[in-house]
Write a protein that binds this ligand. Structure first.
Ligand code: TMO
Length: 318
């Protein structure tokens, strides 16, 4: 009898599939694009999923820090890759002001920090300890950095605060910002020829781990507030004297009006969750296989139907 009742109510629901559900707005869902590959492909993947549901989608290229203010104001609809290390601070600031919602974490666990390819450790065997790195600073000296070591950081908008870290930990390094993510890979590739020691900004999940075995530098362990509060970390007078979180989150965020305006797409967004290998694979499609983002996304969707169709099951979009 119980079972019967269940069957009946399911049938009743199916007879009026949209009863009680508002359809998604025809206005485009605005998806921001930044300057690293996995975010670009993931944005295209999710955009193509929304399009397959009948939504219209618009991509805009934006600064990866200012985007949190844009989401909060509804100028862009969502953000698919909130990396704790790079963007936790901007995301929290927007949350405090209001207008942006936390749509949950991906399965992926992330880390972003100073990193070296394994041959560097042969020249500086005390690694991955940051003090050992600092004792080896002369190994990384270049014409550009004098007798100090060169650290190639990411593009400025990733706001890694490496100069502040160098100052707070009194390191003998000079921070140079790469103009693009590609410049980081070029630096590692050039050093590989003669196994020259290099230390650059890198992150995981990323395609790079499949190409160059390497390790992150271990800085003093991240403590909440280390980016603001001088009392956190080993230097009592300055902030930024910690490493980034070693097991950081990767979060989805949305404009708080998204749920009412595009309820089906929002419901799917709540279900979306990428793993470390999936994100590394998406980056590889562009950084190694050299596909265009749109093609890479289409290929990923074609090769992983079980992954993304599962996100549509049980939502108004299925
Ligand atoms: C934000 N990033 C993944 C490039 O560190």
């Amino acid at each position: 009898m119980r079972l019967m009742k269940h069957t009946l109510s399911a049938a009743a629901l199916m007879a009026a599939p949209f009863a009680g559900f508002a359809a998604d707005s025809e206005d485009p869902i605005v998806i921001p694009i930044h300057n690293w590959s996995s975010q670009i492909i993931m944005s295209n993947v999710v955009g193509q999923i929304f399009e397959s549901m009948g939504n219209s989608v618009e991509f805009v290229t934006t600064d990866s820090q200012a985007v949190y203010e844009s989401v909060r104001l509804g100028d862009v609809t969502l953000e698919l890759e909130v990396w704790e290390g790079a963007f936790g601070k901007s995301f929290n600031a927007a949350m405090e002001k209001g207008g942006i919602v936390d749509v949950g974490n991906h399965d992926a666990v992330t880390r972003e920090d100073w990193w070296y390819p394994m041959w560097t450790k042969e020249a500086c065997p005390g690694l991955p300890d940051w003090k050992a790195l600092n004792d080896c600073a002369a190994l990384f000296a270049t014409a550009e950095t004098g007798d100090k070591g060169r650290y190639l950081d990411g593009p400025v908008d990733w706001l890694k605060h490496a100069s502040e870290k160098v100052e707070a930990l009194e390191m003998d390094f000079v921070v140079i910002n790469a103009g693009s993510a590609a410049a980081l890979w070029a630096e590692i590739g050039a050093a590989e020829q003669d196994k020259r020691p290099v230390v650059v900004f890198n992150w995981t999940p990323n395609f790079a781990e499949a190409v160059w075995p390497g390790e992150f530098v271990n800085f003093p362990e991240w403590e909440e507030g280390c980016d603001k509060d001088p009392s956190k970390g080993p230097n009592p007078d300055l902030p930024h004297d910690c490493g980034n979180p070693a097991s950081g989150y990767l979060k989805k965020a949305a404009w708080e009006g998204m749920e009412a305006k595009w309820p089906d797409a929002y419901e799917v967004l709540t279900q979306i969750s990428f793993t470390n290998p999936q994100i590394a694979e998406m980056a590889k499609l562009v950084d190694i296989d050299e596909l265009e983002p749109e093609e890479a996304a289409a290929q990923w969707l074609e090769e992983n139907p079980d992954v993304w169709q599962g996100w549509l099951d049980g939502t108004g979009a299925s």
